[in-house]
Ligand binder design. Structure first.
Ligand code: SF4
Length: 395
């Protein structure tokens, strides 16, 4: 894929490609280029476009990305802490969880969580991303106590922790209202909430993926309540299993509508389904993860459909791998996610991209596609912008 070096070049590239695309696709892409918010029907035209038109879709998304956020590609230095793999929910797409009696079951003691937080800071991390399974009979205030442990170990470590699933479980365990529960967690150090457990926000699809997972209504209630309490969240979508392009567009519109109400989403993260070791794939219910073309389409569509509302589109390098991540960053995405010391969840599902990417490698991959590396905080304050040449100091 050719790299456009500046706004004018990317405009010229789009102008060259549009006349070669299907007329209906060209009409919708022209509206996107002109700054119009696309409707569901227009989104569907793009989501179902033929393979020959994918380059034009990516070029328009890349142009919009350049207009909205420029040429910087951000990343956060962080560490994953997966505090337990014991879970009773049983999602068919998950290879991470296990039963309490399994030989590989683990629960990290609070001392270990504190130690990992301290080590993360020593390695330069500004964030710990804390997620785990849902064990039965958990201490009702367990999630609060994890936050206390992290903040006691490193008071200014950003706690990006849990998910709408865990928040719903926390209210069941404590009997507290969602509002009061989230407020309590915020008071004890919850800085931001990952918008995971979204998968596909369609109850029929969710029922096939996991019968015990939060419903669409529960998921949206948690994020709306978090945003009202000034707890930002991310937003996500898992694609490449049994969903259709229509589900992608519905999800973009639902997330866009929530963002119009609350402004609380920091980013959108497409999460390609990693199929290899999952029951969902093994029983023949799902396709074997997304094709490369689907990944490019989803990142480009996210940029186009969320334009003006959610400005950051992140690649999940652990799931995509390094090369496809770069291609998605040339198709509308602008953020590389985290360095992720100890990434386990995707690895156990069969992803092979690794558990940790050193900062130098992030910067090199960003420079290879002619863009500017920058370290950010979880909430997108820029900490350091690095020059294009590898051996120069931060500018
Ligand atoms: S995805 Fe989360 S909730 Fe579902 S089984 Fe795995 S650990 Fe449990």
């Amino acid at each position: 894929m050719k790299i456009a070096a500046n706004v004018q070049e990317s405009q010229e590239r789009v102008a060259h490609l549009l006349p070669q695309t299907t007329p209906e696709v060209a009409r919708v892409l022209e509206r996107a280029m002109a700054g119009h918010e696309l409707s569901r029907d227009e989104g569907l035209v793009l989501a179902t476009l033929p393979s020959e038109d994918v380059e034009a879709l990516a070029a328009v998304a890349d142009h919009l990305r350049r207009e909205i956020v420029g040429d910087v590609i951000t990343y956060v230095v962080n560490r994953n802490i997966n505090f337990t793999n014991v879970c009773f929910i049983g999602c068919a797409f998950c290879s991470f969880s296990t039963s309490a009696r399994a030989s590989d079951a683990y629960n990290l003691p609070f001392e270990e969580i504190a130690q990992r937080t301290i080590e993360a800071r020593e390695m330069g991390a500004t964030e710990v991303c804390v997620q785990g399974g849902l064990p039965r009979g958990l201490d009702p205030f367990y999630y609060r106590d994890i936050l206390r442990t992290i903040k006691k170990a490193v008071p200014d470590m950003h706690a990006h922790a849990f998910s709408p699933m865990e928040m719903t479980y926390g209210t069941e365990l404590t009997g507290m209202t969602l509002h009061d529960y989230l407020q309590m967690l915020k008071d004890n150090g919850l800085d931001t909430l990952p918008g995971t457990a979204a998968e596909v926000l369609d109850d029929d699809v969710r029922h096939m993926l996991s019968r015990k997972k939060v419903t669409v209504k529960q998921w949206t209630n948690v994020v709306r309540t978090a945003h009202q309490l000034d707890i930002p969240t991310t937003s996500t979508m898992m694609y490449g299993h049994l969903e259709t392009p229509e589900h992608w567009i519905n999800q973009f519109i639902l997330l866009r509508d929530i963002q119009k109400e609350t402004g609380g989403f920091t980013e959108f993260v497409p999460l390609g389904f990693v199929h290899a070791n999952t029951g969902l794939f093994q029983v023949g219910m799902a396709r074997p993860g997304p094709t490369e073309e689907e990944s490019i389409k989803v990142h480009a569509l996210a940029r186009i459909m969320l334009r003006g509302w959610i400005d950051s589109v992140q690649v999940s390098w652990v799931k995509l791998g390094r090369q496809l991540s770069q291609r998605c960053l040339q198709a509308g995405a602008n953020d590389y996610g985290g360095t992720l010391i100890n990434e386990n969840i995707s690895r156990l599902a069969g992803a092979t991209a690794g558990q940790y990417m050193p900062v130098d490698e992030f910067q090199e991959l960003i420079r290879q596609i002619g863009r500017v590396p920058a370290e950010r905080t979880t909430t997108y304050s820029i900490r350091q912008v690095f020059d294009m040449a590898a051996d120069t100091a931060p500018v």
